[in-house]
Design a protein around this ligand. Sequence first.
Ligand SMILES: Nc1ncnc2c1ncn2[C@@H]1O[C@H](COP(=O)(O)OP(=O)(O)O)[C@@H](O)[C@H]1O
Ligand SMILES: [Mg+2]
Length: 244
Amino acid sequence: MIRIQNLTKAYNGQKVLDGINLDIAEGEIIVVIGPSGTGKSTLLRCINYLEQPDAGIISIGDTQVDAAHASRKSVLKLRRNTSFVFQNYALFANKTALQNIAEGLITVWKKPKPQALQEAAQILSDIGLADKADSYPASLSGGQQQRVGIGRAMASHSQVMLFDEPTSALDPEWVEEVLQLMKKLAHRKQTMVIVTHEMDFARDIADRVIFMEGGRIVEQGPPQKIFSQPDDDRTRAFLRKVLR
Ligand SMILES: Nc1ncnc2c1ncn2[C@@H]1O[C@H](COP(=O)(O)OP(=O)(O)O)[C@@H](O)[C@H]1O
Ligand SMILES: [Mg+2]
């Protein structure tokens, strides 16, 4: 169970997150939608302290971090309980697919190298890239690179995976294989928070859709409700634009 209480963040005096409250159940798939510049990325980044929130409490399992007095130790614990999939993959260019996945197991989880490599190999085969173990990112397609990015997140077995527009940087031909892998994780009840503009995918995969605007949660509910009968005019206006 994840609880986000009153999460607040400003840049240059401008509130980007304006008191976000959110409870996420174990195994729940949350999709966050909303116009750009509305704080979606900042929300994900604050959940695992890639950005330090100005205020608010994040609780994941037995880890609780209050922005008012966040110790380094509790932030590290929070990071270990979360994993992040970036829009631009953020792979190490000078490491192979296998090494990219093993890296966090060695540096963050302090696993012995042989064990880390063995676990990484298992994940590579799970994501259908066993034959690419020794390939460097530059020789992989965008879709394959992002699958490695997801594989890296899978390696840490974290309580929640955070996806920030995981398919936005991809050529259209590679989008589907990445979405398929995410669906596979959803079927395994991996808790996920996904920011995406892929509305069909959102409708398909989400247990709950959250519409954000202006740093706030405007409306949330099951996809059937949000996509067909949203309550708020702002949600309707946004969906009119993106669904046409
Ligand atoms: N590191 C930063 N420094 C200053 N402003 C930022 C920074 N990150 C984001 N912002 C601003 O915060 C607002 C929300 O950004 P973001 O969370 O990236 O929105 P979204 O992901 O919904 O497009 C935008 O106005 C953006 O310019
Ligand atoms: Mg963003």
